[in-house]
Design a protein. Structure first.
Length: 310
């Protein structure tokens, strides 16, 4: 089977690795154009491109698949199937129709829950009990196609956006390989999604990572876990930015953002309802540290009565 793979980030690269170890032929890889990254803003290839180059697979990086030239380039590859994982470009219907068996997608949620750009983080933020990967046939709509295969994992009270991402990146690739085998022998048939149950996972942005201390502590604790390692929840103290990487629910009352007490166990801050004990912080110019380490050296900075977020 001639497969074209389309993906960009590390999550997609894990899927490509599994396909390279499978019996199927990867005839080409599509990925986003190189982007500037790091302090020097040098152009950096995506994780998927780096893996493809290392295996001598032809790489295509069109800025869009909506023009006739890019579509003709894909058609010339004569793919049987296109596997799409976190590619980042919309595939118009003419592209979806090119492969003999169509296009399939590995999506990091239990569809129809969390269609869209950030399903992993939104599941943690919402307090979902479970997540998973859905392998589906692709349609022109956003994550709306028939579901071929699902794998499920519980979301624990300790899970972060990062830990759930890594677990799903392990679960998704074998599910895709299994789904391809089912499509090849005709044993796998899609289940139509119930649109009434669909929710949309909006793209993450740094603005929503700013902590609003008037919100309930239970919501903020989930948000802090969901946004670790990116975009990382943050607030201010004494006019300086403070990144919050971990927190536990606590007790106490005060004005939202008010420091109630500090100890080696954590920095207790009042919220709109209950309080949070902040256990891992990053101050400007420093690295992320457990609060017990910060408390030893910066005790005066975290005096009771000070207010975060002013």
């Amino acid at each position: 089977m001639r497969i074209v793979f389309a993906g960009t980030p590390e999550f997609a690269a894990e899927h490509l690795k599994a396909l390279l170890d499978s019996p199927y032929e990867i005839v080409a890889v599509y990925t986003q154009p190189d982007r500037p990254a790091g302090r020097g803003q040098k152009l950096m290839p995506s994780p998927v491109k780096q893996l493809a180059v290392a295996h001598d697979i032809p790489v295509f990086q069109p800025p869009t698949l909506r023009n006739a030239e890019a579509q003709a380039e894909l058609a010339a590859l004569k793919p049987d199937l296109m596997v799409v994982v976190a590619y980042g470009l919309i595939l118009p219907q003419v592209v979806l129709d090119i492969p003999r068996l169509g296009c399939i997608n590995s999506h990091a949620s239990l569809l129809p829950r969390w269609r869209g750009a950030a399903p992993i983080q939104r599941a943690v933020e919402a307090g979902d009990a479970e997540s998973g990967v859905t392998v589906m046939r692709m349609e022109a709509g956003l994550d709306t196609g028939p579901m071929l295969l699902k794998v499920v994992t519980p979301i624990s009270a300790e899970d972060t956006g990062g830990s759930l991402h890594d677990r799903l990146a392990e679960m998704g690739p074998p599910a895709v390989v299994q789904a391809i085998a089912g499509l090849a022998d005709g044993s796998l048939h899609g289940e139509v999604q119930d649109d009434a149950l669909a929710t949309y996972a909006h793209k993450l942005n740094k603005d929503e990572a700013r902590i609003d201390w008037s919100r309930p502590a239970v919501e903020l604790e989930r948000l802090i876990r969901a946004f670790n390692p990116w975009p990382v929840c943050h607030s201010t103290l004494d006019g300086e930015s403070v990144k919050v990487l971990a927190a536990n629910l606590s007790t106490g009352k005060g004005a939202p953002g008010e420091i109630l007490c500090a100890s080696k166990d954590g920095l207790v801050v009042a919220c709109g309802d209950q309080a949070l004990s902040l256990t891992r912080l990053q101050l400007p110019g420093g690295k992320a540290l457990n609060f017990s380490d910060l408390f030893n050296s910066r005790r005066e900075k975290f005096a009771a009565g000070k207010v975060l977020g002013q």
